[in-house]
Design a binder for this molecule. Structure first.
Ligand SMILES: [Zn+2]
Length: 84
């Protein structure tokens, strides 16, 4: 039989988020109280151009919008992506 007790565990949470592309802090505003952004976490495989490197990217919505304009396939178009 186990008897349990309650403990507190320290946990790291982001204090601020900085866009990797423009360097601006991703803040909440009156218009956008819950700021949204995209996070990419990638551990590159061996024999890839980044051979075992770990990359973390946070992008604000403005930089994301500019980035996806460079794509040949719009990420909002699920059917196009599935046909390729
Ligand atoms: Zn940005």
């Amino acid at each position: 039989m186990k008897q349990y007790k309650t403990i507190q565990i320290e946990k790291k949470v982001p204090e601020s988020i900085i866009c990797n592309c423009c360097g601006q802090k991703i803040n909440s505003t009156k218009q956008h109280p819950y700021p949204d952004y995209i996070t990419i976490h990638k551990i590159w495989g061996y024999d890839s151009p980044y051979d075992g490197e770990e990359h973390d990217i946070d992008l604000c919505t403005d930089c994301y919008a500019k980035w996806i304009q460079t794509f040949k396939i719009d990420p909002r178009d699920r059917k196009e992506a599935e046909d390729v």
